[in-house]
Design a binder for this molecule. Structure first.
Ligand SMILES: Cc1cc2nc3c(=O)[nH]c(=O)nc-3n(C[C@H](O)[C@H](O)[C@H](O)COP(=O)(O)OP(=O)(O)OC[C@H]3O[C@@H](n4cnc5c(N)ncnc54)[C@H](O)[C@@H]3O)c2cc1C
Length: 318
């Protein structure tokens, strides 16, 4: 998640004086200015820089009967072995008996390494904790799904993420529902290049329709009350186990009310470490509210403790 460039860098152009090279340099220069701004604004969307920050927030949430997804966010240049170690550290931090928690990981950051991922999945399995794969840019989808497929069967409960705005997600939904894994449906932060932009809400509902009655468990991960109501209602009608999954730091009250009304459990995704924005600044022309969110995030610093307390006080899950 976040408005990030890949480990490979943004430009990658060899001839720096060609028009393409000039464009790439301009992009890199803008990126250099943007990164520190985004980093400051993003601080309200992580529990804090350390695992202890995430555990403090997560335990507060668990006391209020929210499920928890722990997710270490690493800076882009962190070596894969070190990323894997942050996953192991997160698993070691999960309190005993917190079986409803799961760990979210990022396959590109671990270089899609089967060996490293197997060690994480095995450690999670010993604790009885699930491992979930976040989704990133479209180019990362095939290697991520291939990695998940190679980890099956017999691994500790696994999960993967399907972005509703991608055309390919309907095909991916058919593939993953056969695996019996947990699926998280999100609108998605990255566009599919060269494809007509789909309405993310309708896209999510189509993916949910494909999973309803077929998938083992589905999380509707959204703060959009219309999507949450329609998606969860469809899953409940089909008898598919489902939950609402929310992102730490985003407004929760309207969707918590929907979950409570429908009697559905709620889980909160708690990121920590390197802060990323949960919105894409380049989509500001399409969604001008992003400018306001950015200004607010730059000016009104919100502490993780206050945010977590606010979540619980607003209303607990169903
Ligand atoms: C648990 C979880 C896990 C996710 N995992 C992934 C992933 O693996 N890969 C991926 O690409 N994306 C992921 N996302 C992000 C997702 O793709 C969307 O970008 C994000 O959730 C915003 O979309 P939305 O469905 O909440 O709807 P939106 O329409 O964007 O938001 C719904 C409402 O929430 C409010 N809101 C949203 N953002 C803000 C903000 N920053 N400040 C103030 N108000 C705001 C607004 O009132 C808005 O109307 C995840 C989201 C969640 C909740």
């Amino acid at each position: 998640m976040g408005d990030r460039k890949s480990k490979a860098g943004v430009s990658g152009s060899s001839d720096r004086r060609s028009p393409e090279g000039m464009k790439a340099r301009l992009r890199d220069a803008l990126w250099t200015v943007w990164m520190p701004v985004a980093h400051i604004a993003a601080k309200g969307y992580v529990a804090g820089p350390h695992l202890t920050d995430a555990l403090r927030v997560s335990e507060m949430l668990a006391r209020r009967e929210f499920g928890v997804t722990l997710c270490p966010w690493n800076s882009p240049d962190t070596p894969a072995e070190q990323v894997a170690e942050t996953y192991h550290a997160a698993l070691r931090g999960v309190p005993s008996g917190a079986l409803d928690w799961y760990l979210s990981i990022k396959a590109p950051e671990i270089d899609y390494s089967l060996q490293l991922t197997q060690t994480v999945v095995a450690a999670a399995g010993q604790l009885g904790i699930g491992v979930h794969f976040d989704s990133h840019g479209p180019e990362t989808a095939d290697p991520t799904f291939d990695l998940v497929e190679r980890l099956l069967p017999g691994a500790s409960p696994l999960g993967c993420t399907l972005p509703g705005r991608w055309e390919r997600s309907l095909r991916d939904a058919e593939r993953v529902r056969e695996w019996g894994v947990r699926v998280r449906v999100v609108k998605g932060q990255w566009r599919e290049p060269g494809r007509r932009e789909r309405d993310p809400r309708l896209g999510c509902l189509e993916v949910i329709e494909c999973l309803a009655g077929n998938a083992q468990r589905v999380a509707v991960a959204s703060h959009d009350p219309v999507l949450v109501r329609d998606g969860l209602t469809r899953l409940l009608k089909a008898g598919t186990p489902c939950e609402l999954e929310l992102l730490f730091g985003l407004p929760m009250v309207p969707v918590l009310n929907v979950a409570r009304e429908l009697g559905v459990g709620v889980r909160v995704y708690v990121p920590y470490g390197h802060a990323w924005l949960p919105y894409c600044f380049t989509q500001m022309a399409r969604n001008p509210r992003i400018l306001w969110w950015l200004i607010r995030d730059m000016t009104f610093r919100r502490s993780a403790r206050a945010l977590a307390a606010g979540m619980g006080a607003a209303s607990g899950p169903a």
